[in-house]
Design a protein around this ligand. Structure first.
Ligand code: C2E
Ligand code: MG
Ligand code: MG
Ligand code: MG
Length: 280
């Protein structure tokens, strides 16, 4: 029996990398085509206000309705799109679709439902990002304070100055800013005061962990107390059980999101499910 030597090992490795590259190029082409053929959809997950158990807004979450493969979740294609400029075009579509949907809900049901939208780094850093948002808001008569932009701490930390400037400018227009998946990056809490963020969304690993692991509960407590000092709203992500809900209420979180209140659903179902739970 011959053990594979280093050379063969490397050959295999580079074959795998090659295959992955080719696979990604094919997926990229397919994703581009999907944009032309309108195969992306937004689903919406409620965000609850814990003071009154009312729906405070929804988060838009993209899905790909693939003609052969069915519904594909963002985790499978957004990271690939983020490797190229494609994410900028998908991001443009997402913002356009959010604002269009807002307007459609107003027209058909009268509900004025605040929407949060996830923004990738390349999209946020793109020179006409803010301009595009303003155009879509105006086109759809959507009040800026009903649009919330979700960015990650990694984006903010890796591009401190640009992020500061863009956040200030978005806020001047009345758009709100949330920091998503908070706690998973490497931001020390002291960095937070650099940015005029409106909301911290604590990542679900802490929320789900705190019931069993007291160190997670301590982390959530500290995040909430820092957020209070900086005048930020705190949202707990990934609340799935009543026990987790009790914990996040005890920690004084303002809002919660998670399967306990509802998963993301297609736009058509939103009015049926959420209209009577809206508080405005
Ligand atoms: P995210 O922004 O942190 O969104 C929350 C994710 O957690 C969503 O997954 C949501 O369906 C899921 N989730 C909500 N509640 C629960 C819960 O109680 N338990 C569990 N286990 N999961 C829960 P989804 O829709 O698969 O999205 C994954 C990520 O993809 C998002 O994480 C976001 O980073 C990204 N993403 C989604 N839509 C877009 C988009 O339009 N543009 C960009 N750039 N990224 C997007
Ligand atoms: Mg998000
Ligand atoms: Mg998140
Ligand atoms: Mg995220």
């Amino acid at each position: 029996e011959v053990k594979s030597n280093g050379r063969n090992g490397f050959q295999e490795f580079s074959d795998t990398v090659e295959k992955e590259n080719i696979a990604n190029i094919l997926i990229e082409e397919e994703m581009r085509k999907a944009l032309d053929e309108d195969q992306y959809v937004l689903h919406f997950q409620p965000k609850m206000d814990l003071r009154n158990q009312a729906v405070a807004g929804v988060e838009a979450l993209i899905r790909w309705e693939h003609p052969d493969r069915g519904l594909i979740m963002p985790g499978e294609f957004i990271p690939i799109a983020e490797q190229s400029e494609l994410i900028v075009d998908i991001g443009r579509w997402t913002i356009r679709e959010c604002c269009r949907q807002y307007q459609e809900w107003v027209r058909t049901t009268g509900m004025e439902l605040p929407i949060s939208v996830n923004i990738s780094s390349k999209q946020f850093l793109h020179h006409d990002f803010i301009e595009q948002i303003l155009t879509e808001l105006e086109r759809n008569s959507m009040p800026p304070h009903h649009l919330d932009i979700e960015i990650t701490e990694t984006l903010a930390i890796e591009n401190k100055e640009v992020t500061q400037t863009k956040i200030e400018s978005l806020k001047d227009y009345g758009i709100t800013i949330s920091m998503d998946d908070f706690g998973t990056g490497y931001t020390s809490l002291s960095y937070l005061s650099m940015f005029s963020i409106d909301r911290l969304k604590i990542d679900r690993t802490f929320i789900q962990g705190m019931v069993h692991d007291s160190s997670h509960a301590v982390i959530v407590d500290s995040i909430v107390s820092v957020a209070r000092h900086l005048d930020m709203v705190v949202t707990a992500e990934g609340v799935e059980t009543n026990q987790q809900l009790e914990f996040v209420k005890n920690c004084d979180c303002d809002e919660a999101q998670g399967y306990l209140f509802g998963a993301a659903i297609p736009a058509d179902h939103v009015a049926d499910h959420l209209l009577d739970r809206l508080y405005q």
